[in-house]
Unconditional design. Structure first.
Length: 288
């Protein structure tokens, strides 16, 4: 399953967002993308999920309509859909845009069904996800929010990456300075966590993780490389964060190879006396 900038290695992020200190918060994720994070965030009072990308939001709307099967899209059809403005093409167009595109880069370049299948499998998976079932993913710019008292997770477009399309098909020029100013403001009355490689000096990293990225490069515009991403919080919230974070003990994994006696239900049933087992006691009595 691929989407440009999607979180392949997201365990460290999920552990923080699902930390008991954030239970029952109203959760806001304004750069929702393919939902690799949002669909795994649990124990929240409410979920507000959105992304600026119109085609992506239309894809979610299509999936929420519970289609019985997905379109199989040929290469010719893919390039026809790319420029189509016919409303009847909308569902096929949004499936083509992401599932049938190389590394999920919106209409980047065509991949056949054999490569698209992992995306279609992911669609099946999210359609049974309770966050997806209970919430609508909105189309809006992150700047439209004026949040108070929320837990906010931001995974914005990164600086110096090959970038996303804007809703007219051109390059999306993301204003990073404006973004960090907004996060400073939001941090005054919300918990705000941001995934990025770098941040201004008044932000501190509370976690680091390596991931495979499909950003930067020539050719189709992207290539894969391993990078270290960080999770930032504003310095003004760090002490409180450290105090409130609940240290969840990590249970040691028990090796499957370790020898141990496993008593299964089947074993118990087998060992239980059957209605005929009294015969063996009678026989035993006569033998004595
Ligand atoms: C790094 S991706 C998010 C990936 C996501 N975490 C995932 O797991 O798939 C960044 C997202 O921000 C969206 N975006 C770009 N500019 C935006 C804006 N001004 N407001 C809201 N969303 C924006 C893009 O459409 C893209 O989906």
């Amino acid at each position: 399953m691929a989407y440009l900038g999607s979180k392949a290695n997201s365990k460290g992020i999920i552990e923080i967002l699902n930390n008991p200190m954030f239970n029952d918060y109203d959760y806001l994720e304004p750069f929702f993308g393919y939902g690799r994070i949002g669909f795994r965030v649990t124990n929240k009072n409410s979920y507000t999920l959105s992304d600026y990308n119109t085609n992506l939001v239309k894809l979610y709307a299509y999936l929420q309509s519970n289609p019985t099967s997905y379109p199989v899209i040929s290469k010719d059809e893919y390039y026809r859909l790319k420029t189509s403005t016919d409303p009847d093409d909308t569902n096929n167009r949004v499936v083509a845009a992401f599932a049938y595109s190389w590394f999920g880069k919106e209409f980047g370049s065509y991949v056949p069904i054999s490569r698209a299948q992992s995306n279609l499998n992911y669609y099946d998976k999210i359609r049974t996800n309770s966050v997806f079932i209970d919430n609508t993913i909105r189309q809006c710019d992150y700047g439209e929010y004026n949040p108070v008292g929320k837990l906010i997770y931001c995974d914005p477009p990164y600086e110096s990456t090959c970038g996303y399309r804007n809703n007219s098909g051109g390059k999306n020029h993301f204003d990073h300075d404006k973004f960090w100013s907004t996060i400073r403001e939001w941090s005054k009355s919300n918990w705000v966590l941001v995934s990025e490689y770098h941040a201004p000096s008044d932000f501190v990293s509370v976690n680091e993780y390596t991931k495979k990225t499909t950003l930067n490069g020539a050719g189709t515009g992207c290539r894969v490389k391993i990078t270290t991403e960080k999770m930032f919080i504003h310095e003004s919230r760090l002490e409180e964060y450290k105090k409130k974070l609940v240290i969840v003990p990590v249970l040691a994994k028990v090796s499957r190879k370790r020898p141990c006696k496993t008593v299964t239900l089947a074993t118990v049933v087998k060992e239980k006396d059957t209605p005929w087992s009294w015969y063996k006691y009678v026989l035993y009595f006569f033998l004595l």
